[in-house]
Design a protein around this ligand. Sequence first.
Ligand code: BEZ
Length: 268
Amino acid sequence: MSDKSKQPTNAPQHWDPKRYQQNAGFVATLGEAVLDWLDPKPGERILDLGCGDGVLTERLVARGAIVVGVDASAEQVAAARARGLDARVMDGARLAFDQPFDAVFSNAALHWMQDPDAVIEGVARALRPAGRFVGEFGGKDNVAAIVNALAAVLARHGIDAAALSPWYFPDESEYRTRLEEQGFVVERIERFARPTPLPGDIGGWLETFAESFLTAVPPRDRPALLADVAAEAAPLLRDAAGGWHADYVRLRFAARRASPHLASPVAR
Ligand code: BEZ
């Protein structure tokens, strides 16, 4: 068997709402800033794209908006519905709505959607003319120390980690161009480092978010894989007191759908 034939395929990420709450509660807390960019008004119809378990969706509702949340994970949608929210299972690259929204909001979700043009096109269709698209997600160099540690350790198993990445982390210039090509006017776009303290160790983060890399080795090898990745990443991500942080880089933007919407996007 050649090394290439051992390369595993990219396994889909599964979401366990309880584990997510334990290891990723900070996602919603840190998403408050992008809510301020959205500045939702009472009575506005807002689509929360990639609503997850609905913690931030609930905050939009608390500000008086009429909110629909969508997420590709049935488990996360069930958790959002358990909060009393209108949440639906939907692929972000195939948004389908028959009534226009005043705004589309997205926090920490767009980097999981590997066809950004299809996502942006669906967002444009979901918005009324001059409707806003405001979001934040992982930008270029996001979690680079974690990705590099995974790559170094998986290479020792003969596995190419780059081929397993489920993430899309563009820079601001690329994402601005994609938005403009679909008829959006970009009002603000910023990329900035946001080192993020983790509630536990890096193992909890990897188990919550990096399934496609971990499942590349047989289950019996995963504890050793986690330990090796932690050892590789520790010099950059663990502090003297033993606390861990993730080297997040955020891409935050506010764009407005031009009016009238271009019926067919400009060819790339
Ligand atoms: C992020 O929010 O940037 C992120 C979360 C999990 C995996 C990758 C990136």
